[in-house]
Design a protein around this ligand. Structure first.
Ligand code: 13P
Ligand code: SF4
Length: 402
Protein backbone atom coordinates (compact mmCIF):
# COMPACT_ATOMS: atom_id res chain seq x y z
CA UNK A 1 0.00 0.00 0.00
CA UNK A 2 1.27 3.54 -0.66
CA UNK A 3 2.65 5.47 2.29
CA UNK A 4 0.94 8.77 1.48
CA UNK A 5 -1.02 10.43 4.25
CA UNK A 6 -4.71 10.25 3.59
CA UNK A 7 -6.31 13.69 3.67
CA UNK A 8 -9.90 13.20 4.72
CA UNK A 9 -12.19 15.50 2.78
CA UNK A 10 -15.93 15.86 2.72
CA UNK A 11 -17.54 14.41 -0.39
CA UNK A 12 -17.86 17.24 -2.88
CA UNK A 13 -20.75 17.40 -5.31
CA UNK A 14 -19.39 18.97 -8.51
CA UNK A 15 -20.92 22.39 -9.18
CA UNK A 16 -21.87 21.14 -12.63
CA UNK A 17 -24.09 18.53 -10.97
CA UNK A 18 -25.71 21.08 -8.66
CA UNK A 19 -26.50 23.10 -11.78
CA UNK A 20 -28.01 20.15 -13.59
CA UNK A 21 -31.65 21.01 -12.73
CA UNK A 22 -31.31 24.59 -14.03
CA UNK A 23 -33.08 23.99 -17.33
CA UNK A 24 -35.64 21.42 -16.12
CA UNK A 25 -39.24 22.33 -16.90
CA UNK A 26 -42.63 20.69 -17.16
CA UNK A 27 -43.43 21.89 -20.69
CA UNK A 28 -41.32 20.62 -23.56
CA UNK A 29 -40.53 24.14 -24.78
CA UNK A 30 -36.78 24.27 -25.26
CA UNK A 31 -36.97 27.20 -27.69
CA UNK A 32 -33.71 29.16 -27.89
CA UNK A 33 -34.00 32.53 -26.14
CA UNK A 34 -31.51 35.38 -26.35
CA UNK A 35 -28.32 34.69 -24.44
CA UNK A 36 -29.29 37.49 -22.04
CA UNK A 37 -32.51 35.63 -21.20
CA UNK A 38 -30.73 32.29 -20.86
CA UNK A 39 -28.17 33.84 -18.50
CA UNK A 40 -31.02 34.01 -15.95
CA UNK A 41 -31.06 30.22 -15.57
CA UNK A 42 -28.59 30.25 -12.68
CA UNK A 43 -25.74 28.23 -14.19
CA UNK A 44 -22.22 29.43 -14.86
CA UNK A 45 -21.92 30.73 -18.39
CA UNK A 46 -18.76 31.92 -20.04
CA UNK A 47 -18.78 35.71 -20.45
CA UNK A 48 -19.37 36.78 -24.05
CA UNK A 49 -19.15 40.26 -25.59
CA UNK A 50 -22.32 42.28 -25.01
CA UNK A 51 -23.18 42.52 -28.72
CA UNK A 52 -24.08 38.80 -28.68
CA UNK A 53 -26.43 38.98 -25.70
CA UNK A 54 -29.56 40.37 -27.32
CA UNK A 55 -29.45 38.68 -30.73
CA UNK A 56 -32.58 36.65 -31.57
CA UNK A 57 -32.26 33.07 -32.81
CA UNK A 58 -33.08 34.31 -36.35
CA UNK A 59 -30.30 36.92 -36.23
CA UNK A 60 -27.88 34.34 -34.86
CA UNK A 61 -28.78 31.89 -37.61
CA UNK A 62 -28.20 34.48 -40.29
CA UNK A 63 -24.83 35.49 -38.78
CA UNK A 64 -23.66 31.88 -38.44
CA UNK A 65 -24.61 31.07 -42.05
CA UNK A 66 -22.76 34.12 -43.33
CA UNK A 67 -19.62 33.35 -41.30
CA UNK A 68 -19.70 29.73 -42.44
CA UNK A 69 -19.91 30.68 -46.09
CA UNK A 70 -16.91 33.01 -45.74
CA UNK A 71 -14.77 30.52 -43.78
CA UNK A 72 -15.68 27.66 -46.18
CA UNK A 73 -13.39 24.61 -46.13
CA UNK A 74 -11.22 26.04 -43.36
CA UNK A 75 -13.95 25.00 -40.98
CA UNK A 76 -15.36 21.66 -39.80
CA UNK A 77 -18.19 21.69 -37.26
CA UNK A 78 -18.96 18.55 -35.25
CA UNK A 79 -22.27 18.26 -33.38
CA UNK A 80 -23.06 15.76 -30.63
CA UNK A 81 -26.60 14.33 -30.70
CA UNK A 82 -27.49 16.15 -27.46
CA UNK A 83 -26.99 19.60 -28.93
CA UNK A 84 -30.03 21.80 -29.29
CA UNK A 85 -31.56 22.03 -32.76
CA UNK A 86 -30.47 25.69 -33.23
CA UNK A 87 -26.86 24.55 -32.92
CA UNK A 88 -26.84 21.11 -34.52
CA UNK A 89 -28.39 22.44 -37.72
CA UNK A 90 -25.08 24.23 -38.38
CA UNK A 91 -22.91 21.12 -37.92
CA UNK A 92 -21.23 19.28 -40.81
CA UNK A 93 -21.56 15.93 -39.04
CA UNK A 94 -23.55 14.60 -36.10
CA UNK A 95 -22.86 11.54 -33.99
CA UNK A 96 -22.12 9.84 -30.69
CA UNK A 97 -18.83 10.47 -28.96
CA UNK A 98 -17.11 7.54 -30.70
CA UNK A 99 -18.14 8.52 -34.21
CA UNK A 100 -17.25 12.17 -33.61
CA UNK A 101 -13.80 11.33 -32.27
CA UNK A 102 -13.05 9.21 -35.36
CA UNK A 103 -14.35 11.97 -37.65
CA UNK A 104 -12.28 14.56 -35.77
CA UNK A 105 -9.16 12.42 -36.26
CA UNK A 106 -9.81 12.32 -40.03
CA UNK A 107 -10.70 16.00 -40.45
CA UNK A 108 -8.52 18.06 -42.79
CA UNK A 109 -9.92 21.51 -41.95
CA UNK A 110 -7.73 24.08 -40.20
CA UNK A 111 -10.37 24.87 -37.59
CA UNK A 112 -12.42 22.16 -35.87
CA UNK A 113 -15.35 23.50 -33.86
CA UNK A 114 -16.76 20.98 -31.40
CA UNK A 115 -20.39 21.58 -30.49
CA UNK A 116 -20.43 19.18 -27.55
CA UNK A 117 -18.76 19.20 -24.15
CA UNK A 118 -15.21 19.80 -22.96
CA UNK A 119 -13.96 16.18 -22.84
CA UNK A 120 -15.10 15.69 -26.45
CA UNK A 121 -13.26 18.79 -27.68
CA UNK A 122 -10.18 17.75 -25.69
CA UNK A 123 -10.26 14.32 -27.36
CA UNK A 124 -10.49 15.98 -30.77
CA UNK A 125 -7.47 18.11 -29.83
CA UNK A 126 -5.52 15.00 -28.76
CA UNK A 127 -6.29 13.40 -32.14
CA UNK A 128 -5.75 16.51 -34.26
CA UNK A 129 -2.64 17.49 -36.23
CA UNK A 130 -0.16 20.19 -35.12
CA UNK A 131 -1.53 22.78 -37.54
CA UNK A 132 -5.20 22.31 -36.60
CA UNK A 133 -7.11 24.24 -33.94
CA UNK A 134 -9.91 22.75 -31.87
CA UNK A 135 -12.47 25.18 -30.49
CA UNK A 136 -15.22 24.67 -27.89
CA UNK A 137 -17.77 27.51 -28.28
CA UNK A 138 -18.46 27.80 -24.52
CA UNK A 139 -15.69 26.81 -22.10
CA UNK A 140 -18.27 26.28 -19.33
CA UNK A 141 -19.71 23.32 -21.25
CA UNK A 142 -18.20 20.55 -19.12
CA UNK A 143 -19.74 17.27 -17.94
CA UNK A 144 -20.87 16.66 -14.36
CA UNK A 145 -19.83 13.00 -14.60
CA UNK A 146 -16.33 13.86 -15.83
CA UNK A 147 -16.09 16.33 -12.91
CA UNK A 148 -16.53 13.39 -10.50
CA UNK A 149 -13.06 12.08 -11.33
CA UNK A 150 -10.27 14.44 -10.44
CA UNK A 151 -6.82 13.44 -11.74
CA UNK A 152 -5.24 13.71 -8.29
CA UNK A 153 -7.81 11.34 -6.78
CA UNK A 154 -7.43 8.96 -9.71
CA UNK A 155 -3.63 9.02 -9.44
CA UNK A 156 -3.90 8.31 -5.66
CA UNK A 157 -6.26 5.41 -6.32
CA UNK A 158 -3.98 4.02 -9.01
CA UNK A 159 -0.98 4.25 -6.66
CA UNK A 160 -2.92 2.32 -4.00
CA UNK A 161 -3.96 -0.35 -6.50
CA UNK A 162 -0.50 -0.53 -7.99
CA UNK A 163 0.90 -1.27 -4.55
CA UNK A 164 -1.45 -4.26 -4.23
CA UNK A 165 -1.18 -5.47 -7.83
CA UNK A 166 2.40 -5.02 -8.88
CA UNK A 167 2.12 -7.26 -11.96
CA UNK A 168 0.78 -5.80 -15.19
CA UNK A 169 -1.53 -8.78 -15.70
CA UNK A 170 -3.38 -8.08 -12.45
CA UNK A 171 -5.18 -4.84 -13.34
CA UNK A 172 -5.83 -2.63 -16.38
CA UNK A 173 -7.35 0.88 -16.18
CA UNK A 174 -10.13 1.78 -18.61
CA UNK A 175 -11.56 5.26 -18.72
CA UNK A 176 -14.82 6.28 -20.31
CA UNK A 177 -14.42 9.00 -22.92
CA UNK A 178 -16.22 11.27 -20.40
CA UNK A 179 -13.05 12.08 -18.48
CA UNK A 180 -10.17 14.54 -18.67
CA UNK A 181 -7.21 14.12 -21.02
CA UNK A 182 -4.99 13.62 -17.93
CA UNK A 183 -7.01 10.54 -16.92
CA UNK A 184 -6.83 9.23 -20.48
CA UNK A 185 -3.08 9.80 -20.31
CA UNK A 186 -2.82 7.83 -17.04
CA UNK A 187 -4.57 4.93 -18.78
CA UNK A 188 -2.26 5.22 -21.78
CA UNK A 189 0.86 5.10 -19.58
CA UNK A 190 -0.40 2.13 -17.56
CA UNK A 191 -1.34 -0.21 -20.40
CA UNK A 192 -5.01 0.79 -20.44
CA UNK A 193 -7.40 2.39 -22.87
CA UNK A 194 -10.36 4.68 -23.42
CA UNK A 195 -13.84 3.51 -24.31
CA UNK A 196 -17.16 5.07 -25.25
CA UNK A 197 -20.61 3.63 -24.69
CA UNK A 198 -20.40 1.97 -28.11
CA UNK A 199 -16.97 0.41 -27.52
CA UNK A 200 -17.18 -0.45 -23.80
CA UNK A 201 -17.85 -4.17 -24.28
CA UNK A 202 -14.91 -4.62 -26.65
CA UNK A 203 -12.68 -2.58 -24.34
CA UNK A 204 -13.53 -4.84 -21.37
CA UNK A 205 -12.87 -7.95 -23.48
CA UNK A 206 -9.55 -6.47 -24.60
CA UNK A 207 -8.59 -5.80 -20.99
CA UNK A 208 -9.69 -9.23 -19.72
CA UNK A 209 -7.59 -10.88 -22.45
CA UNK A 210 -4.59 -9.19 -20.80
CA UNK A 211 -5.36 -8.91 -17.09
CA UNK A 212 -7.44 -10.37 -14.27
CA UNK A 213 -9.32 -7.21 -13.39
CA UNK A 214 -10.28 -3.73 -14.52
CA UNK A 215 -10.41 -0.32 -12.88
CA UNK A 216 -13.24 1.51 -14.66
CA UNK A 217 -13.56 5.31 -14.53
CA UNK A 218 -15.66 7.38 -13.95
CA UNK A 219 -19.18 5.99 -14.63
CA UNK A 220 -20.06 3.16 -12.27
CA UNK A 221 -23.28 2.44 -14.22
CA UNK A 222 -21.72 2.02 -17.65
CA UNK A 223 -19.00 -0.10 -16.02
CA UNK A 224 -21.48 -2.29 -14.13
CA UNK A 225 -23.81 -2.71 -17.13
CA UNK A 226 -20.92 -3.62 -19.41
CA UNK A 227 -19.34 -6.10 -16.99
CA UNK A 228 -22.75 -7.68 -16.33
CA UNK A 229 -23.36 -8.09 -20.07
CA UNK A 230 -20.09 -10.09 -20.17
CA UNK A 231 -21.33 -12.43 -17.46
CA UNK A 232 -19.40 -10.99 -14.53
CA UNK A 233 -21.51 -11.37 -11.37
CA UNK A 234 -22.34 -8.25 -9.35
CA UNK A 235 -20.56 -9.79 -6.34
CA UNK A 236 -17.28 -9.49 -8.24
CA UNK A 237 -17.69 -5.74 -8.68
CA UNK A 238 -16.79 -3.17 -6.04
CA UNK A 239 -17.23 0.60 -5.95
CA UNK A 240 -14.22 2.82 -5.26
CA UNK A 241 -15.22 5.93 -3.30
CA UNK A 242 -12.51 8.57 -3.81
CA UNK A 243 -13.48 10.31 -0.57
CA UNK A 244 -12.59 7.30 1.57
CA UNK A 245 -9.25 5.76 2.45
CA UNK A 246 -8.49 2.94 -0.03
CA UNK A 247 -11.77 3.76 -1.76
CA UNK A 248 -13.65 2.51 1.32
CA UNK A 249 -12.64 -1.09 0.51
CA UNK A 250 -10.66 -3.76 2.31
CA UNK A 251 -7.62 -5.37 0.64
CA UNK A 252 -9.57 -8.63 0.60
CA UNK A 253 -12.52 -7.02 -1.26
CA UNK A 254 -10.14 -5.46 -3.77
CA UNK A 255 -8.24 -8.71 -4.33
CA UNK A 256 -11.43 -10.71 -4.85
CA UNK A 257 -12.92 -8.21 -7.33
CA UNK A 258 -12.86 -8.44 -11.12
CA UNK A 259 -14.11 -4.90 -11.68
CA UNK A 260 -13.40 -1.81 -9.57
CA UNK A 261 -15.94 0.86 -10.44
CA UNK A 262 -15.23 4.53 -9.77
CA UNK A 263 -18.05 6.20 -7.83
CA UNK A 264 -19.32 8.49 -10.59
CA UNK A 265 -22.62 8.81 -12.44
CA UNK A 266 -24.50 10.88 -14.99
CA UNK A 267 -27.13 13.09 -13.38
CA UNK A 268 -29.20 13.09 -16.60
CA UNK A 269 -29.36 9.31 -17.04
CA UNK A 270 -29.84 8.37 -13.39
CA UNK A 271 -33.20 10.22 -13.49
CA UNK A 272 -34.75 7.29 -15.39
CA UNK A 273 -36.62 4.75 -13.26
CA UNK A 274 -38.23 1.32 -13.43
CA UNK A 275 -41.59 2.94 -12.63
CA UNK A 276 -41.31 5.16 -15.72
CA UNK A 277 -40.63 2.03 -17.79
CA UNK A 278 -43.70 0.29 -16.40
CA UNK A 279 -45.87 3.33 -17.14
CA UNK A 280 -44.59 3.53 -20.73
CA UNK A 281 -45.31 -0.17 -21.28
CA UNK A 282 -48.77 -0.05 -19.69
CA UNK A 283 -49.94 3.16 -21.35
CA UNK A 284 -48.43 2.90 -24.85
CA UNK A 285 -47.13 -0.64 -25.20
CA UNK A 286 -43.85 1.12 -25.97
CA UNK A 287 -40.46 -0.36 -26.79
CA UNK A 288 -37.98 0.80 -24.18
CA UNK A 289 -34.59 2.00 -25.38
CA UNK A 290 -32.03 3.49 -23.01
CA UNK A 291 -28.44 4.67 -22.81
CA UNK A 292 -26.03 2.44 -20.79
CA UNK A 293 -25.33 5.30 -18.34
CA UNK A 294 -28.74 4.44 -16.80
CA UNK A 295 -28.80 2.32 -13.64
CA UNK A 296 -28.58 -1.47 -13.96
CA UNK A 297 -32.19 -1.98 -12.84
CA UNK A 298 -33.36 0.35 -15.65
CA UNK A 299 -31.07 -1.26 -18.24
CA UNK A 300 -32.20 -4.75 -17.18
CA UNK A 301 -35.85 -3.87 -17.79
CA UNK A 302 -35.27 -2.21 -21.17
CA UNK A 303 -35.63 -3.81 -24.59
CA UNK A 304 -32.64 -2.07 -26.15
CA UNK A 305 -29.54 -0.42 -24.74
CA UNK A 306 -26.83 1.48 -26.57
CA UNK A 307 -25.04 4.69 -27.43
CA UNK A 308 -26.77 7.77 -28.78
CA UNK A 309 -25.90 6.72 -32.35
CA UNK A 310 -27.39 3.26 -31.68
CA UNK A 311 -30.57 4.89 -30.35
CA UNK A 312 -30.82 7.11 -33.46
CA UNK A 313 -30.27 4.20 -35.87
CA UNK A 314 -32.64 1.85 -34.06
CA UNK A 315 -35.51 4.34 -34.00
CA UNK A 316 -34.95 5.63 -37.54
CA UNK A 317 -35.05 2.02 -38.82
CA UNK A 318 -38.05 0.91 -36.74
CA UNK A 319 -41.40 0.04 -38.34
CA UNK A 320 -44.14 2.61 -38.83
CA UNK A 321 -46.66 2.83 -36.01
CA UNK A 322 -44.28 1.57 -33.29
CA UNK A 323 -43.98 3.39 -29.95
CA UNK A 324 -40.64 4.19 -28.31
CA UNK A 325 -39.95 5.38 -24.78
CA UNK A 326 -36.41 6.72 -24.76
CA UNK A 327 -34.09 6.98 -21.76
CA UNK A 328 -31.65 9.62 -22.88
CA UNK A 329 -31.20 13.39 -23.22
CA UNK A 330 -34.30 15.37 -24.22
CA UNK A 331 -32.89 17.34 -27.17
CA UNK A 332 -32.11 14.07 -28.93
CA UNK A 333 -35.50 12.58 -28.01
CA UNK A 334 -37.31 15.66 -29.36
CA UNK A 335 -35.35 15.53 -32.61
CA UNK A 336 -36.10 11.82 -33.04
CA UNK A 337 -39.77 12.54 -32.52
CA UNK A 338 -39.78 15.36 -35.14
CA UNK A 339 -37.88 13.21 -37.67
CA UNK A 340 -40.07 10.12 -37.14
CA UNK A 341 -43.61 11.43 -37.39
CA UNK A 342 -44.88 7.94 -38.31
CA UNK A 343 -43.87 6.61 -34.85
CA UNK A 344 -44.70 7.61 -31.30
CA UNK A 345 -41.49 8.73 -29.60
CA UNK A 346 -41.30 10.18 -26.12
CA UNK A 347 -38.89 10.58 -23.22
CA UNK A 348 -39.24 8.11 -20.35
CA UNK A 349 -39.02 10.99 -17.87
CA UNK A 350 -42.05 13.32 -17.99
CA UNK A 351 -39.96 16.22 -16.64
CA UNK A 352 -38.06 17.89 -19.47
CA UNK A 353 -34.46 18.04 -18.28
CA UNK A 354 -31.73 18.71 -20.85
CA UNK A 355 -28.08 18.05 -20.07
CA UNK A 356 -27.23 21.45 -18.54
CA UNK A 357 -23.67 21.40 -19.81
CA UNK A 358 -24.47 20.40 -23.42
CA UNK A 359 -27.16 23.09 -23.34
CA UNK A 360 -24.56 25.79 -22.73
CA UNK A 361 -23.54 25.68 -26.38
CA UNK A 362 -25.93 28.47 -27.29
CA UNK A 363 -25.83 29.66 -30.94
CA UNK A 364 -24.56 33.06 -29.74
CA UNK A 365 -21.32 31.36 -28.64
CA UNK A 366 -21.02 29.63 -31.98
CA UNK A 367 -21.36 32.97 -33.77
CA UNK A 368 -18.84 34.56 -31.40
CA UNK A 369 -16.12 31.97 -32.14
CA UNK A 370 -16.87 32.12 -35.89
CA UNK A 371 -16.59 35.92 -35.88
CA UNK A 372 -13.30 35.46 -34.04
CA UNK A 373 -11.96 33.22 -36.82
CA UNK A 374 -13.04 35.78 -39.44
CA UNK A 375 -11.02 38.36 -37.54
CA UNK A 376 -8.00 36.02 -37.26
CA UNK A 377 -8.61 35.21 -33.56
CA UNK A 378 -8.91 31.74 -32.07
CA UNK A 379 -11.37 32.07 -29.20
CA UNK A 380 -11.73 29.14 -26.76
CA UNK A 381 -8.79 27.25 -28.20
CA UNK A 382 -8.56 23.81 -26.55
CA UNK A 383 -4.99 22.99 -25.57
CA UNK A 384 -3.49 19.84 -24.06
CA UNK A 385 0.16 19.61 -22.97
CA UNK A 386 2.50 17.59 -25.20
CA UNK A 387 3.08 14.72 -22.72
CA UNK A 388 -0.59 14.34 -21.86
CA UNK A 389 -1.47 14.50 -25.55
CA UNK A 390 1.00 11.74 -26.46
CA UNK A 391 -0.12 9.36 -23.70
CA UNK A 392 -3.84 10.08 -24.05
CA UNK A 393 -3.48 9.53 -27.78
CA UNK A 394 -2.09 6.04 -27.07
CA UNK A 395 -5.16 5.16 -24.96
CA UNK A 396 -7.63 6.56 -27.52
CA UNK A 397 -5.90 4.85 -30.46
CA UNK A 398 -6.13 1.53 -28.57
CA UNK A 399 -9.89 2.05 -28.54
CA UNK A 400 -10.07 2.98 -32.22
CA UNK A 401 -8.04 -0.15 -33.08
CA UNK A 402 -10.50 -2.49 -31.27
P1 13P B 1 -22.52 8.72 -26.53
O1 13P B 1 -21.13 8.25 -26.71
O2 13P B 1 -23.52 7.62 -26.55
O3 13P B 1 -22.84 9.82 -27.51
O4 13P B 1 -22.66 9.31 -25.07
C1 13P B 1 -22.02 10.46 -24.64
C2 13P B 1 -22.63 10.98 -23.43
O5 13P B 1 -22.11 11.88 -22.80
C3 13P B 1 -23.87 10.39 -22.96
O6 13P B 1 -24.28 11.04 -21.80
FE1 SF4 C 1 -22.04 14.29 -19.07
FE2 SF4 C 1 -24.40 13.12 -18.54
FE3 SF4 C 1 -24.31 15.38 -19.99
FE4 SF4 C 1 -23.44 13.05 -21.01
S1 SF4 C 1 -25.54 13.58 -20.44
S2 SF4 C 1 -22.41 15.04 -21.16
S3 SF4 C 1 -22.53 12.11 -19.16
S4 SF4 C 1 -23.70 15.13 -17.83
Amino acid sequence: MSTKTFKKRNPIIPISELEQMAFCQTSSNLRTKTLEEEFKSGVRWQKAPSRYLKLSSEELEEGIKEARSILGDELFILGHHYQRQDVIKHSDVQGDSYKLSVLASQAKAKHIIFCGVHFMAETAEVLSAEDQNVILPNMAAGCSMADMADIEDVQDAWNDLDAIFSNKDQIIPITYMNSTAEIKSLCGVNGGLVCTSSTAKKAFQWAFDRAQRVLFLPDQHLGRNTAKSLGIPLEEMVVWDPFKRMGGLSIDEIEKSKVILWKGHCSVHTRFTVEQIENARNEFDANIIVHPECTTEVVDRSDYVGSTEFIVDTINNASKGTAWAVGTEINLVNRLSINNKDKKIFCLDPVVCPCATMYRIHPAYLLWVLDGLRAGLIINHIKVSETVKRNANKAIKRMIAL
